[in-house]
Each structure stands twice: as C-alpha cells, then as structure tokens.
Design a protein around this ligand. Structure first.
Ligand code: PEP
Ligand code: MN
Length: 363
C-alpha cells in the first residue's frame, strides 16, 4: 500500500488557492493578474506554458519565454508559480526557471508512457506535483499516475479533480463524477485533493457552486483560472474570472471543518450513526430474504422451462416501486436506479441457476 503524506500541504491556508490564467500570454498580463491576486493573498500563481489543444492551429502556448515571465512575477511579487508539464523537457525547463509547483494535465494522465517519462525526469527532486484526473472516468489510470510519481521518490503529491469527458450531454464541460475522487481518497487517504471548477464547469457562472461542493467534500485546495480580461483570453475564455470576482467567490464560500471537538456534537453524531448501522443490518437482512425468493423462483422457472426475463413483471416493478418510494419521501430516480441494480442482480442469479453447466443448484 502506497504511503503518502499530507504534511507538505499544511504550509498553505485551507483551502490552498492556485489561481492565474489558463495560458501565459504576455508579461503584462502575468504582472497584471499577479498584482491583483497577491493583494488577495493568493499564494500560488498558475499559468499554462505549453497548451495541449484538441485540434492543431489553435494557440498552443508561448513556450519558454512564458517561464521567463513566471520567474519575473515570482521575484517581483514573492509568490509561488505553478505550471503544467507534459514531458521530460518541460520538467527540465520548469526547474531551470525555479517553478515551485508542477501539475500533470488530464491529457497526460491518460498516458502511462508520458507519466513514466515525467516520473523519471523528477527522480531525486523535492517539488510538489499535482496530478489531474485522466480525461476519461478511469480511477485506475489516476491511481497509476500517482503511484508512478510516488515511486520516483516525490513525497509532495496532490490530486486535481477537473472532471471527466462523458458521452452524455451535460451542463458541465467535464462531468465531475464526484464518486471517483472519493474513491481515490479511499485508496490514498492522505492524498490532498484540489478541485478545478474552471475545467469542470467550463463557464464562469458555475465556479462558485462547484467550489462549494468541493469544500463540502473537504477538499484541500482550489485551482481557479483567473485572467485580467477573460473575454480576450487566448484559451478557455468562457471559464476564466477576473481577480475581483475570484475574491468575491472565495469570500462567499463556507469552509466547513472536517471534524468537531464539541463533545455534544460528537456524542449525538455517534448515536445517529448507530441508528444507521442498525437500519443497514435490517436492510441487508431484507435484501437477503428477497434473494432467497429470487432463487426459489429461479428453480421454479428452470423446472418449468420458463424464460428468466419476464418483461411484464419487470415493467410492473419498475413502474410501481418509484411510486411507493415517492409516497415515503424517497426520490423516484433514486428508487428507480436502486431497482435496476436489484433486478440486474436477480437476473444474474437466475441465469446462474438455469445454466446447464452449473451443478450447484439451490434447494
Ligand atoms: C489547464 O489547466 O489549463 C488544462 C489544460 O487543464 P486540463 O489538463 O484539466 O484540461
Ligand atoms: Mn484551461
């Protein structure tokens, strides 16, 4: 099991805010944005130097001269700088210009060859590396990238949740699928989590609600694209905010504590959780009783040569249960999803029973 540390992130206020433009475009732009951001005490300034664009002939970043600008703002405003690296040469140049924080972009995390190349270039260094989730909703790829960077000896690792590309039409540019970063955290409990609401939302209107959701889930930081003149930005114009708006957003967010030391609260929470444990026991007992009958019906269908899927019966179930739920204040979608899962399991069990190669029959 990979041992990761969360100590390194404690030097930053919670939430750690990393802000700055999608792309470095000019020295003036970088000075302008950093000047405002530092008045709001933002500790780390981001900018893309090489931009991975979906199609060629779009603005692909300013390259090495952008690093020169980053080092100028670092000296002038005493801030930290953060950039995206996608290969070994980027790492080398980032170090040459004393960049403080590196991140691996979503299009790089999908590619283990590229991640390994970066990991090899990072060997022996002690620099924070933030790993964005892969473009596709694949937890293992994200975990794999964390492992590759950790195996290179980097101890300051964080994960950035920037949403996932999805086939479904959605109000998000990249679906957050919050369950995936939650699972990442379950596997690596100490790994700091940073949310990138700009790439999740794809629109500046959505930044605030996504940030709040992330804080409610106890994220450690936020990476928010900020530009002095967002509408003129050369990349991701729609999702960038001006520094003043960033400040407004940050000051309206409610930061919740991850735990309480108030005795009364802790005792009450424990009581309520005991109730939940006991209800979950009952729930599982009930599911098990239901499953016994499912097996009996499976045997019965087999003996009588009847097909497993009975469409009319399934229609009756899926039409009635959401109504029953809704009468008891449970959302219709929730009960519908639950029954789809229950029904899929029942079909699987009855298929096993009817399989002629399967000798373990239920009695
Ligand atoms: C970015 O941060 O500007 C960027 C390119 O992000 P992502 O890798 O999440 O698409
Ligand atoms: Mn961007």
């Amino acid at each position: 099991m990979l041992e990761l540390s969360s100590e390194w992130i404690k030097k930053y206020p919670k939430p750690w805010v990393i802000a700055g433009p999608c792309s470095a475009e000019s020295l003036d732009q970088m000075i302008d944005v950093t000047k405002s951001l530092t008045t709001y005490e933002i500790p780390t300034i981001r900018a893309g130097i090489w931009k991975p664009r979906t199609r060629p002939n779009n603005f692909e970043g300013v390259g090495e001269q952008g690093l020169e600008w980053m080092s100028q703002i670092k000296d002038k405003f005493r801030v930290e700088t953060a950039i995206e690296v996608a290969n070994a040469q980027h790492v080398e140049l980032a170090l040459k210009y004393q960049i403080d924080v590196l991140w691996i972009g979503a299009r790089t995390t999908v590619n283990p060859f590229a991640v390994q190349e970066i990991a090899d270039a990072l060997k022996g260094l002690d620099i924070p590396v933030l790993i964005k989730n892969p473009v596709n909703p694949d937890l293992s790829l994200w975990m794999g990238a964390v492992e590759r960077i950790a195996h290179a000896g980097i101890t300051k690792i964080g994960a950035i949740h920037r949403g996932f590309s999805y086939f479904r039409k959605s109000k998000y540019r990249n679906e957050p699928v919050w369950q995936i970063p939650i699972e990442l955290k379950r596997n690596f409990p100490n790994l700091p989590l940073i949310c990138d609401p700009s790439h999740i939302g794809g629109s500046r209107k959505m930044i605030m609600e996504i940030c709040q959701k992330a804080l409610d889930l106890n994220y450690d930081g936020l990476m928010i694209e900020t530009h002095p003149e967002p509408d003129k930005a050369l990349s991701d114009a729609k999702q960038q905010v001006i520094p003043e708006r960033l400040y407004e957003i940050l000051t309206s967010l409610v930061v919740k504590q991850s735990e309480s030391h108030d005795k009364e609260f802790v005792t009450r929470l424990e009581e309520l959780r005991k109730n939940i444990d006991s209800i979950d026991h009952d729930l599982i007992q009930t599911l098990s009783s239901r499953q016994r009958i499912i097996k009996e019906i499976g045997d019965f269908k087999k003996k009588n040569g009847i097909s497993i899927l009975q469409l009319d019966r399934w229609k009756k179930i899926i039409n009635s249960r959401p109504n029953w739920g809704s009468d008891l204040d449970l959302s219709r979608e929730y009960i519908e999803e639950l029954y789809k899962l229950i029904h899929a399991e029942s079909i699987k069990i009855q298929n096993e029973i009817s399989d002629p190669t399967n000798s373990t029959q239920t009695k």
